[in-house]
Design a protein around this ligand. Structure first.
Ligand SMILES: NC(=O)c1ccc[n+]([C@@H]2O[C@H](COP(=O)([O-])OP(=O)(O)OC[C@H]3O[C@@H](n4cnc5c(N)ncnc54)[C@H](O)[C@@H]3O)[C@@H](O)[C@H]2O)c1
Length: 262
């Protein structure tokens, strides 16, 4: 498959990440079928895409996109509760959560989903997972198409942040990686390759963030500095816009906000 053959992308999970991911891809001109469990959740998904903080309307107000681009993007968006609707997608992006604020990742749910998708979606389509902490090799166990399986780890908010980690397993083919790099470019993102390491999750960003956050908490416990001063140093000295504690707080509050709207 080459990038010209990609027309329709399936996004599973219309939550914090899936709504933003769907928005980026429809805005780039692809058709997106975004699936979630209920119609009620999908109403929230659509509302996040249209009226959310980083939604299409804000994009128009800030001059990032035109009103016509917004209309075209919405015309490309299909919301569905039926996995069968994904059968003709060329790329699948799994971005399901664990169902509660506390549980973000549910490996068994992802495995079950990929097993079902493997029998529904046409044979050579590419399967990706937006998981932050599960190893891609462990998820690939669920499918026969291991050469077409990889991690596609987006950053939040997907509409704003321009980098995506492409996590490859020993079975991911070079053709698959090249196609996904081209796909990232076509939606205005930079795809960065990272080797999936079973037992050591987090890819590049989260692996480094985890170390920094552990050290920052240690510094507070040892009375070396206050959280706001640590964030100030990281922000003003190293250009980490939200610092370390700020990033953790932003993560929790966005999830809380989305869950409360459900
Ligand atoms: N939130 C972040 O900052 C962030 C960043 C990068 C990656 N991720 C990863 O993205 C994934 C989703 O995270 P999120 O923050 O969007 O979670 P979320 O809870 O906001 O959204 C997940 C959505 O998946 C839906 N869902 C659950 N099971 C489903 C199923 N079987 N079929 C269809 N839909 C289903 C839920 O109803 C929910 O709407 C997780 O794997 C997470 O680790 C999150």
């Amino acid at each position: 498959m080459n990038i010209e053959s990609v027309h329709t992308v399936g996004v599973i999970g219309g939550g914090v990440m899936g709504s933003g991911i769907s928005q980026v891809i429809v805005t780039a001109g692809y058709r997106v079928i975004c699936c979630d469990l209920t119609d009620e959740i999908l109403v929230k998904t659509r509302s996040a895409i249209v009226d959310g903080r980083y939604g299409l309307k804000t994009g128009v107000e800030r001059g990032k996109i035109t009103a016509e681009q917004m209309e075209n993007a919405l015309a490309n968006l299909v919301l569905s509760t039926r996995l069968e609707d994904l059968k003709d997608c060329e790329i699948i992006i799994e971005s399901i959560g664990g169902g509660t604020v506390e549980v973000l990742e549910d490996r068994d749910a992802k495995l079950k989903l990929f097993t079902m998708l493997d029998s529904i979606v046409k044979e050579n389509s590419i399967f990706t997972s937006n998981t932050s902490f599960l190893t891609i090799t462990s998820l690939a166990e669920a499918v026969k198409r291991k050469s077409c399986f990889l991690g596609m780890h987006w950053f939040r908010p997907p509409v704003v942040l321009p980098v995506i980690e492409l996590a490859y397993t020993p079975d991911t083919s070079e053709d698959t990686l090249q196609l996904m790099e081209a796909f990232c470019k076509s939606i205005g993102k930079e795809g960065v390759r990272v080797k999936d390491v079973p037992g050591d999750p987090g890819f590049i960003g989260n692996r480094l963030y985890r170390v920094a956050a552990t050290e920052a908490r240690k510094m507070v416990q040892e009375g070396i500095a206050q959280p706001e001063d640590i964030d100030k140093v990281m922000e003003l000295g190293y250009g980490w816009k939200m610092g370390i504690f700020g990033m953790g707080a932003a993560f929790s509050s966005t999830r809380q906000e989305f869950q409360e709207k459900k």
